[in-house]
Design a binder for this molecule. Structure first.
Ligand code: NDP
Length: 445
């Protein structure tokens, strides 16, 4: 790391004790930024990094709710409004028992750069709760969402902060959240949340966008080596929103996706994952991957273990942070891997990223590769603002153009700063310079 940035890093780490995922995300960005500060001394003089690492606002609140038996539960809600230099705060809500301030801040910090890379007018934020939706009835989910929004509503708005989904928050939850927002405010403010249902202000392609976008980004990386998805053997982690649509898109481009996972294990299906069956089990029945193996001839389920033990030429981690460590990376490389694109946020540990880069593997970091989700959320906001709704083909075309643009900007920036082919450097510098310029232009904020 550039020595001028070390003192800033040390201050950020000391001011935010115990937030290890936030530390990891900050260090990973700082390691790319030395050359930028050679060219832009004004960023140092203006203490841009110090300001960027301190969220503009952090909200932590109590979320009381009752289960179906009438028992009272209390969870903790978060919204971190990190940076609004480029537009209203934008980023998802995560409902998962592992959520605490350090996770929300890592996600919000990453979101600043990701959103800048899309070229859309959106700032960075993130939120969520340590609520565990697993095994809860629809009525319990609804009561939780209503209680969560009863506090959150006063902090958000189409010109202020626009949440969306993430782990544990899909169309069902966005519906309950939107309903409660409307009820409290007496406003049909479509632009306050994205990921809405198609008949009430949502955008076509939003559910598919993150997974599709990740595959489009990977395809652009493969092209730089004269390759494509056609004929690749692909391994995916996760089996939620991002994973399902990444599998569908990769297979539509001629790949065979042979494995995917959830938190209990993974399935191997040498014939290629049956996306319709997977979607029926995970999205409609809210079942487990064991159900897939039971219903699909030739597929097998491995309880526990690591999906990265499965041999593949392309890996798409689409589950959660730090799910792919240095050992798993080394195993993938020795098994013939050529490319990785992160559908999840920070799924590869720093050691894993080093293994990939040292081995010359094409590596697309999440803040670039999974930006298709938030980009399409911004397209949803555009449609809401103009009270319009675009066709699937038009919206998918916009998504494709945006992802190709992000790929090309990352590649060009990496080249410009002396690190050709390094998409981590390209994404970090590309996003940072845009935000830093806007922050300086807007004065000391
Ligand atoms: P979902 O809740 O739809 O799916 C998450 C998947 O990951 C599930 O298969 C889940 O398994 C698995 N998973 C979650 N936590 C863990 C864990 N601790 N260990 C092992 N497996 C786990 O979430 P999404 O698909 O929306 O999100 C996946 C990733 O993509 C996240 O990192 C998210 O931040 C990122 N992302 C999502 C975007 C979106 O538009 N949704 C946009 C950009 C990034 P199980 O069901 O067993 O819990």
């Amino acid at each position: 790391m550039d020595s001028r940035l070390e003192a800033v890093r040390d201050t950020v780490l000391a001011r935010n004790p115990g937030e290890k995922e936030f530390h990891q995300a900050v260090i990973e960005v700082f390691e790319s930024l030395g050359p930028v500060h050679d060219r832009h001394p004004e960023f140092l003089e203006g203490a841009v990094l110090e300001r960027l690492c301190e969220p503009e606002r952090q909200i932590i609140f109590r979320v009381p709710w009752t289960d179906d038996a009438g028992r009272v539960h209390v969870n903790r809600g978060f919204r971190v409004e990190f940076n609004s230099a480029l537009g209203p705060y934008k980023g998802g809500l995560r409902f998962h028992p592992s959520v605490y301030l350090g996770i929300v801040k890592f996600l919000g910090f990453e979101q600043i750069f990701k959103n800048a890379l899309t070229g859309m007018p959106i700032g960075g934020g993130k939120g969520g709760s340590d609520f565990d939706p697993r095994g809860r009835s629809d009525a319990e989910i609804m009561r939780f969402c209503q209680s969560f929004m009863t506090e959150l509503y006063r902090h958000i708005g189409e010109y202020t902060d626009v949440p969306a989904g993430d782990i544990g928050v899909g169309g069902r939850e966005i519906g309950y959240l939107f309903g409660q927002y409307k009820r409290i405010t007496n406003r049909y403010e479509s632009g306050v949340l994205t990921g809405k249902g198609i008949s009430w202000g949502g955008s076509l392609v939003r559910p598919e966008a993150t997974g599709y976008g990740t595959v489009i980004f990977a395809q652009e990386m493969l092209k730089t080596r004269g390759a494509s998805f056609d004929g690749q053997r692909v391994v995916v982690s996760g089996s939620g929103n991002v994973a399902i649509h990444a599998i569908a898109k990769a297979q539509s481009l001629g790949a065979t996706v042979v494995a995917c996972s959830d938190s209990a294990g993974y399935i191997v299906d040498e014939a290629g994952i049956d996306v319709a069956l997977l979607s029926q089990i995970k999205e409609v029945e809210r079942g487990r991957l064991t159900d897939y193996a039971a219903r699909r001839p030739g597929a097998s389920h491995v309880a526990g273990g690591s999906v990265w033990d499965v041999t593949g030429t392309v890996a798409l981690p689409c589950a959660t942070q730090n799910e792919l460590d240095g050992d798993a990376a080394a195993k993938l490389v020795s098994n013939g891997l050529i490319a990785v694109a992160e559908g999840a946020n920070m799924p590869s540990t720093r050691e894993a990223v080093s293994v990939f880069q040292d081995a010359g593997i094409l590596f697309g970091p999440g803040k670039a590769a999974n930006a298709g989700g938030v980009a399409t959320s911004a397209l949803e906001m555009q449609q809401n603002a103009s009270r319009d709704s675009w066709s699937f083909e038009h919206t998918e075309q916009r998504l494709t153009e945006i992802m190709v643009g992000i790929h090309d900007r990352c590649a060009a920036t990496a080249e410009e700063y002396g690190a050709p082919g390094n998409y981590v450097v390209g994404a970090n510098i590309g996003g940072f310079v845009k935000v830093a310029d806007a922050m300086l232009a807007q004065g000391l904020i």
